[in-house]
Design a protein around this ligand. Sequence first.
Ligand code: NAP
Length: 540
Amino acid sequence: MSASHTADYDVIAVGAGFAGISLSYHLREAGFNVKVFDRANDVGGTWAWNKYPGAATDSESYYYCFSFSKEVMQEWSWSKRYSGWEETQNYLKFVMDKFSLWPMFQLSTEVESAEFDNETGLWNVRTQGGETHTAKYFISAMGMISQPVLPNYPGQERFKGPIFHSSRWPEGLDIAGKRVGIIGAGATTVQMLPEVAKTAAQVTVFQRTPNFVLPAMQKDMTPEWEKEIKDNYDEIIAKARNHMFGMAFEQPPGRNAVDTPPEEVQRIFEEHWNGSFRWVFETFDDLLGSAEANQMASDFITSKIKEKVDDPELAELLTPKGYPLFAKRPPLDHGYYETFNRDNVKLVDIKDREPIQEIAETGIQTTENLYEFDVIVLATGFQAYTGALEAIDIRGSDGHTLREKWDDESKSIMGVYAAGYPNFFMITGPQAPFANLPTSIEQNVAYITDCLQKMESEGYDLFQPSPEAEDEWSAHTAEIHEQTLMAQGDKVNSWMMGANLEQRKPRVLVYFGGAHIYYDKLRESADGGFPELSFSKSAA
Ligand code: NAP
């Protein structure tokens, strides 16, 4: 490799989840010397951290996986429609074993900083343990949703029992017979509550904003279903590649709700109410673009909440109001609403009725009551897209960190490059699509591999992402964003706009032009010789 004879590695990556694993495999196959660090003590990324009861995928397991190895696709068996965290993590370990990837990984190692050195043209990567390593290329494989956001209620340190973010569930914590308080009512709580309520003495959810929760309709994999999947895997993967959210769904049905008679709309909604996000994409084409169609979908979901929750007042509290479906990312339901019918489950409205004042020694103090708990779970979400990248001091050629660069706007080129950061790639960084992540990750990794191969085969030492290309991608992403109902996410603290962060202003973080179109754009860029980059050779 051209300049890397002076570096410890050709590539240093951070993150040992789907992205880091896919990257390590492909780059090693292409002849690169790769090191992957992760602060977790095991591989899995999201699935090494999110081990709360009920944690599972919201994409169906058989396409929430790698497609690069036909052998793995045939050899691995999923046990359910949506796999739990443990099964997904075991799958990733199976891939690690099969391709002998472990030697490239150094776990329990937190990267503290990565600085581009203009003199050497290398990245200096420092770990918390004080080691420094150099590499020609630095790659973030840290995941889109990995940096926790904690609330700042006074008194959190006073609480006598365990209190932790949902993605830091303490190993071995048994909540059987305990009184559990959960702050937050997003996708995590929607998965966690039904499981926790089964054994806890009592569970209370502190809700600020209710969500539109779609049914998951979990089911076991049967031998017949598995055979059908494995016989048609190429087609399934192609469907995911060609879908606007990277999901192996059918193509849009070619009809709009607004042009369909109301009874027929209801019939179609009911007929497709059989689990997953399919309901949004396989019923009508206009649910995310037309306010009127979106209202029909929202009303249908609301009618289902009222059917499932026995107490009408509670059903009303759980009903989203004042924002369209998808302004917040809708969670999938594994019995969430029905769980509120149990005697040991309570909902507290902390928006309009009794805001939280503080965390007390024995529980949560609202303006009205002191709720006593043995355990408090902070299911308060994540700093999506930028959080993990800003938590490390990543400094580009002008010495600025990404945190500084993104203070006002989180611009990128296709979520892969950041202007000012040479020889640096992000896998699903800001302004990439929000999609079935393994699909997007594989597209990003193929693209990055192509770029590195060009660099090496043509003898380049450096690429610089063009600021003009960054402005162009950002403007394009913002323009599309404005045309969707997702742009209303700032009204409801949507992480898709970074609107869940108190100290930052909302911003455009997601490319909503369609994941399939985005994948085409990556391909066009690679085929066109990466016009977003300027390449150079060192004088030596
Ligand atoms: P989230 O959707 O952002 O929900 C966070 C919850 O915490 C919201 O109800 C929020 O209320 C509340 N909250 C935040 N700060 C608060 C505060 N200071 N006081 C009171 N409440 C507060 O986070 P999440 O549930 O962890 O899910 C995040 C994303 O992770 C999901 O949308 C999804 O993409 C991903 N995820 C995926 C899966 C899966 O695919 N299987 C599972 C879980 C999560 P407001 O809404 O009012 O801000």
